[in-house]
Design a protein around this ligand. Structure first.
Ligand code: ATP
Length: 244
């Protein structure tokens, strides 16, 4: 076979291929595949228990759930061959639902702590330009911030590292619509900086308003992969898989 025949096409910038993952004996992620282009925002949607969080955790190479099969490529790097800390160093940043702000540290210390090892991302000055509220509150203990401010700190802390993809798990949870507006604006600004984002969100309409594309999961498999606008226009699809 010549070099030019049957050459597999290069994986997308961020590519998840036939991902399977288990919690012990429970088979939860059942062959999930999707691609994300560089700088794109993808909404990963589905009903409660569809497997969205589990998919994000498997991608970030956390041990729970255990990924048993599949490939995850990020800018030509095989995340599926890595441990969680290596995937993080390779630029895969998961902002979990509980935000994990470190108690006893100020806002600024939370950000500085993210930068004690390479590869360092945005400097504090740039982070504070994007999040002026965090600048105002930089001396305040992080865990005393409001829910919306804590979400901003969690996102800022991700950007304090040199990242290629931002995986956001329920960033709007428990936040008032006006705060969701503010975070949405920030996520658009982050997109303008070329960062690729995958957003898991119960508030599907808000996530679809932000996203370029959507993937819908049902019982651990992909039931839709297309433009976010197609989901917004398709009443049947929304009723069946998103209950909206
Ligand atoms: N640590 C765990 N051990 C066993 N099963 C789990 C664990 N975490 C989640 N599951 C199960 O995996 C399935 C998928 O859960 P997951 O949290 O990924 O769904 P989700 O789509 O993110 O749902 P939600 O929107 O409710 O957060 C559910 O049936 C859940 O009960």
């Amino acid at each position: 076979m010549s070099q030019t025949e049957n050459t597999p096409s290069a994986p997308a910038y961020f590519s998840v291929s036939d991902l399977h993952a288990y919690y012990g004996e429970s088979y939860i992620v059942q062959g999930v595949s999707f691609d994300v282009k560089e700088g794109e925002i993808l909404a990963l949607l589905g009903r409660n228990g569809a497997g969205k969080t589990s998919t994000l955790r498997a991608i970030a190479r956390l041990d729970d759930p255990q990924m048993t099969h599949g490939e995850v490529w990020l800018d030509h790097q095989p995340l599926h061959e890595m441990r969680a800390y290596q995937a993080a160093q390779a630029g895969c940043s998961l902002v979990p639902e509980d935000r994990r702000i470190i108690a006893g540290l100020t806002v600024e210390e939370n950000l500085q702590l993210a930068q004690i090892v390479e590869p360092v991302g945005w400097p504090l000055k740039r982070l504070y330009e994007l999040f002026p509220r965090l600048k105002e509150r930089r001396k305040q203990e992080g865990v005393t911030l409001s829910g919306g401010e804590q979400q901003m700190l969690a996102i800022a802390r991700a950007l304090a590292r040199d990242i290629k993809v931002l995986l956001l798990d329920e960033p709007y949870e428990g936040l008032a619509p006006v705060i969701v507006d503010e975070i949405e604006k920030t996520l658009n600004l982050i997109k303008e900086q070329g960062i690729t984002t995958v957003i898991v969100e119960q508030n599907a309409l808000r996530a679809l308003a932000l996203a370029d594309r959507a993937v819908i999961l049902d019982t651990g498999t992909v039931v839709f992969d297309g433009l976010a606008s197609e989901v917004l226009e398709n009443d049947e699809l929304r009723a069946e898989y998103l209950a909206i």
